[in-house]
Design a protein around this ligand. Structure first.
Ligand code: XIL
Length: 484
């Protein structure tokens, strides 16, 4: 671990009786096969039922049975980092450990998050490499495992510590050039290692017809604010990057190594921050979760189990928060063992569930909420038109050249509803490529979206949201909502 890592005080199932986890095109899909049943007894089964993955950071020497039993996603803790697998010319070497992990994930029906292509730390032979060499490495690494990697962290930890909102100036970020000196790297003439690495990664994915999704990953970006209510400038900078380069970025990882550093605490606006990234149309992951349980400085809030519960709930409440990964199995085998930040004690295959484990399982079993608590239904302003007994729908768009993400809000009228259907007519040439939190019929022309199991029942005035992504333009969409 290098000094900056040390300086940051942070840590980081198989039987599915009533739900089936499908690993399709890199996405977790859940099929309900019956009425609500008893609570699931493993993290992976409970998560699958709620429509997200629950994963673990893993190493080849720690592939104990618990890995496949409890988790349905795996991130190589160290075996896909450049210092393991990159040569100085951007070639690959020593991929054996990574292969072992990818194979283990496949045979246990787990997704893989590749970690990580461009990073200032653990850069190994790539330290100081040019963008051209980075691009060569990006191509080699993505093609090595293809769609067996559902998500790749393309850029890790691009932003500076201490809530400055600036980028790091360590390699590779020293390759950035701010041509007009306006403090960002988004203008003509600027060079930007983030943009250029994502463009390369996207090219490789598209050329290979891969389903791999491309993520940017960072820490201390979890809340809208940090301790004391100061705006989280690091999160805001990440948000600007994702918004600006949205066409290349599919997912955002909040590392979520929570501890008592002022910028690493669990704030009440975690869910709202997840939501604002989700509203850009990207998936959000809590990609390296661990929560400090150091009793001598337990000023990050209540007990560890309650903190886990809170964090898992924040993710569950945002439909596009599609996965949580804990950064190791047990405290003693964690990169920050003194903080006892994980879900199990014990080691070497012999693990005991902690209170935090039971809290997480319980929270996952409650499933997603149709009504996010931080954005309650608007009840104070009287509507300008008389409320309807059925439902209404509104669309908000995030568009770019050639594509868009639409977020549709469905609001119940004056009576509770048990289900809804939204019909939309797309302009000609526009095609829906995927949808979330709704069942979809049709991809062009008139398309229909109906509720899924967890978001059909709404009380009077309550709303839920679903989304879809498409190619082409999404102008003039007029949703028609029917309730049942
Ligand atoms: C850590 C590993 O857990 C350690 O084993 C290794 O010595 C250092 O790196 N952010 C990241 C992870 O993105 O890759 C780091 O993993 C933890 C911080």
């Amino acid at each position: 671990m290098n000094s900056s890592l040390r300086q940051r005080k942070k840590v980081a199932g198989v039987a599915l009786p009533t739900a089936v986890l499908l690993l399709v095109a890199g996405a977790v899909t859940v099929q309900s096969t019956g009425p609500a049943a008893a609570a699931e007894t493993t993290l992976r089964a409970a998560a699958a039922k709620a429509g997200l993955f629950f994963g673990v950071a893993a190493s080849p020497n720690r592939l104990h049975p618990i890995v496949g039993q409890e988790f349905n996603q795996l991130t190589p803790e160290n075996d896909m980092k450049p210092d393991r697998i990159a040569t100085s010319s951007g070639g690959l070497q020593n991929t054996g450990g990574a292969d072992t992990l990818v194979n283990h994930a496949r045979s246990n029906n787990m997704l893989v998050r590749g970690h990580t292509l461009v990073w200032h730390s653990q850069a190994g032979a790539l330290q100081g490499a040019s963008q051209a060499t980075l691009n060569t490495f990006i191509g080699n690494a993505i093609n090595r495992w293809g769609s067996r990697i559902a998500y790749w962290d393309v850029v890790n930890e691009a932003l500076e510590d201490n809530n400055t909102g600036r980028r790091r100036n360590q390699w590779p970020h020293s390759m950035n050039r701010d041509a007009n000196g306006d403090g960002d790297f988004f203008d003509a003439g600027d060079t930007d290692v983030i943009r250029d690495s994502f463009i390369r990664a996207k090219q490789v994915v598209q050329a290979g017809g891969l389903t791999t999704k491309l993520c940017i990953n960072d820490y201390d970006v979890e809340g809208l604010t940090v301790r004391g209510g100061t705006p989280n400038r690091k999160a805001n900078a990440l948000y600007d990057i994702v918004r600006t380069y949205r066409q290349y970025i599919d997912c955002v990882g909040f590392q979520a190594h929570f501890n008592d550093n002022p910028n690493s605490i669990i704030t009440n606006d975690l869910q709202a921050n997840i939501q604002r990234f989700a509203d850009l149309g990207v998936e959000v992951h809590l990609s390296e979760l661990d929560i400090d349980d150091d009793l001598s400085n337990n000023d990050i809030g209540a007990g560890q189990a309650e903190n886990y519960r809170k964090v898992v709930r924040a993710c569950l409440n945002v439909a596009k928060c599609t996965g949580i990964t804990v950064w190791g199995i047990s405290d003693s085998e964690s990169w920050r063992s003194s903080e006892r930040g994980l879900l199990f004690s014990g080691g070497n295959g012999n693990y005991q569930k902690k209170a935090a484990y039971h809290a997480v399982l319980d929270e996952l079993n409650k499933g997603r909420s149709a009504t996010p608590p931080t954005t309650p239904p608007v009840t104070s302003d009287p509507p300008t038109t008389p409320p309807t007994a059925g439902c209404s729908a509104t669309v908000s768009l995030n568009s770019w050249t050639g594509g868009f993400v639409a977020t549709v809000r469905v609001t119940a009228g004056t009576s509770p509803i048990n289900g809804w259907n939204v019909q939309l007519t797309l302009p000609s040439g526009t095609t829906v490529t995927n949808a979330w939190s709704a069942n979809r019929t049709g991809t062009t022309g008139t398309v229909q979206f109906s509720n899924v199991s967890y978001n059909g029942s709404l009380n009077a005035g309550q709303y839920t949201e679903f989304g879809f992504q498409g190619t082409g333009a999404a102008t003039g969409l007029t949703p028609v909502c029917t309730a049942s």
